[in-house]
Write a protein that binds this ligand. Structure first.
Ligand SMILES: Nc1nc2c(ncn2[C@@H]2O[C@H](COP(=O)(O)OP(=O)(O)OP(=O)(O)O)[C@@H](O)[C@H]2O)c(=O)[nH]1
Ligand SMILES: [Mg+2]
Length: 391
C-alpha cells in the first residue's frame, strides 16, 4: 500500500470513505471486496476491508438492538467516573477475578476459559475519584465473534489494562493481544507516528502538525487523497508516518491507548521466571509506553498499586473548584495534565469563559495561596480554584 487498484475498486473505496451510515459503509465495503482483484500487493487492504466489515456488522447489530429498546448483549458501556479502562486479555487469565477484587463488581469467575461473554463494568476508587474498569470476554482466535467487540471497547476507552497469566508464556500472550488490537486500529504501544484527517476547509489539502512523512511529499498526499475524491482536508501528522499510514487514516483512524500490563497469577510456581521474560522483552522493545506490574488476584499482591498506576498512566489531574467564602468542592474536576484555567472554565460551563474576569488559585501551581491568575495559568494536581466572573 498505497495499493495500485483498478479504478473500479478505487471508486468503491472512495464511496466507502464518503458513506455516512453504517449500512452504506457495509454495502460499499462488500462491493469493494468483490471488485478487488486477488493479487499480491492488495492483501493488506483486503484483510483490512474484511475486518472492518466484521466490525461494521457488529455495529449494525448493536444499533438494531438499541432501536428495539434494550435487551441483548451490549458492546459499549456508558462511561462513568474519571476514566474508562477496558480490561482485556486471552481466556482464563483472571480478568474477571481482578475486576471483581478491584471494584466489587459481580463478574463471573470460572476455572474454564470463555466464561465471560459480556462486558461488565465496576468502579475502582482511587483517592477521591473513581476509575471505571470494564471486564470483557476473552480475546482469542477461537472466538472470532468477540474480537471486533473487544477492539471497539478498547477504542472507546481512555486506557487499556491487558491481563496476561504467569502460568504460561506471557510474551506470547502479550504479543497476541497487541497484534490483534493493532489489526483493528487500536495501538497499545506508542506508534512512531499518528495521522488524523479532517475533511473540509478552505485551503485544499494542508499537512499540519510537527511530524514528518517518510516516503513522500505534500504532492503525494494530495494525489492519494484525490483518489478518494477528497480535495479539501487538514492532515495532522505527528511523529513519523508513511503514505500507507495516511491511506489507512482516510479509511479509518487508528488510536493509541495508554496501557498497563498486569502479569496475573504471580502466585503460581515458575511465575517469577516467566515475569522476568516479559519484563526483558518489553525492555528490549523499548516499549517504555507500556507499563508492567506482577499481580495476583488470588493473594491480592500489588492490587493496591493499580489505582495510582492508572492515575499516572492517564496523565490526569484533579482540580477542586470553590465559590468565594465557601469550602472547596469535595469532588474534583478531572482534566488532562497541562490543562489551564481556560480548560477548566470551558469544562464547567461555556458561559464561564465569556464572562471570565480572573481566578484565584491555592495549591501546587500557586506561587502563594490565593494567587490571582489569568486564563493561561497551567493547573496542577490538587489545585483549588475560585473563578470570578463579570456578572
Ligand atoms: N492461582 C491463581 N489463580 C487465579 C488468579 N486469578 C484468577 N485465577 C483463577 O483463574 C481462573 C480464571 O479466572 P477468571 O477471572 O474467570 O478469568 P478470565 O480471564 O475472566 O476468564 P475468561 O472470562 O474465560 O476469559 C479461575 O479459576 C480463577 O480462580 C491468580 O492470581 N492466581
Ligand atoms: Mg472472565
Amino acid at each position: 500500500m498505497p495499493a495500485n487498484l483498478p479504478p473500479e475498486a478505487q471508486a468503491r473505496l472512495a464511496k466507502y470513505s464518503e458513506a455516512k451510515t453504517v449500512e452504506e459503509k457495509i454495502r460499499a465495503l462488500e462491493e469493494f471486496i468483490s471488485a478487488v482483484p486477488k493479487h499480491k500487493g492488495v492483501e493488506n487492504l483486503l484483510l483490512w476491508a474484511k475486518r472492518r466489515l466484521a466490525e461494521l456488522r457488529e455495529e449494525l447489530e448493536e444499533q438494531k438492538r438499541k432501536r428495539k429498546g434494550g435487551g441483548g448483549p451490549r458492546i459499549f458501556v456508558e462511561k462513568e467516573g474519571a476514566a474508562q479502562v477496558a480490561v482485556i486479555g486471552p481466556p482464563n487469565t483472571g480478568k474477571s477475578l481482578l475486576v471483581q477484587r478491584l471494584t466489587g463488581a459481580r463478574t463471573r469467575v470460572a476455572d474454564y476459559p470463555f466464561s465471560t461473554t459480556l462486558p461488565v463494568p465496576g468502579m475502582l476508587p482511587y483517592k477521591d475519584i473513581y476509575f471505571q474498569l470494564v471486564d470483557s470476554p476473552p480475546l482469542s482466535r477461537e472466538a472470532p465473534q468477540f474480537i471486533p467487540r473487544i477492539a471497539g471497547l478498547a477504542r472507546n476507552a481512555d486506557a487499556v489494562i491487558v491481563v496476561v497469566s504467569l502460568d504460561s508464556d506471557p510474551v506470547e500472550q502479550y504479543e497476541f493481544v497487541r497484534d490483534i488490537l493493532s489489526e483493528h486500529g487500536v495501538f497499545i504501544e506508542k506508534p512512531r507516528g499518528t495521522v488524523r484527517i479532517e475533511k473540509g476547509g478552505e485551503h485544499g489539502v494542508q499537512v499540519l502538525g510537527s511530524g514528518r512523512i517518510l516516503d513522500g511529499t505534500i504532492k503525494d498526499v494530495e494525489r492519494l487523497l484525490s483518489r478518494y475524491r477528497i480535495y479539501r482536508a487538514r492532515v495532522y501528522v505527528e511523529g513519523e508516518v508513511s503514505l500507507d499510514d495516511i491511506e489507512m487514516a482516510i479509511l479509518r483512524s487508528s488510536v493509541y491507548r495508554p496501557t498497563i500490563v498486569l502479569a496475573n497469577k504471580a502466585d503460581v510456581p515458575g511465575a517469577a521466571e516467566r515475569y522476568r521474560r516479559l519484563y526483558n522483552y518489553l525492555l528490549e522493545r523499548k516499549s517504555k509506553s507500556v507499563w508492567l506490574i506482577p499481580v495476583s488476584a488470588r493473594t491480592g499482591l500489588n492490587l493496591d498499586k493499580i489505582g495510582e498506576l492508572l492515575f499516572k498512566r492517564l496523565n490526569i489531574i484533579r482540580v477542586y473548584t470553590k465559590k468565594p467564602n465557601s469550602e472547596p468542592s469535595k469532588i474534583p474536576v478531572v482534566l488532562p495534565k497541562g490543562s489551564t484555567i481556560r480548560d477548566l472554565a470551558e469544562h464547567i460551563h461555556s458561559d464561564m469563559l465569556e464572562y471570565f474576569e480572573y481566578a484565584k488559585v491555592w495549591g501546587p501551581s500557586a506561587k502563594y495561596p490565593g494567587e490571582r491568575v489569568g486564563l493561561d495559568h497551567v493547573l496542577e494536581d490538587g489545585d483549588i480554584v475560585e473563578i470570578h466572573s463579570k456578572r
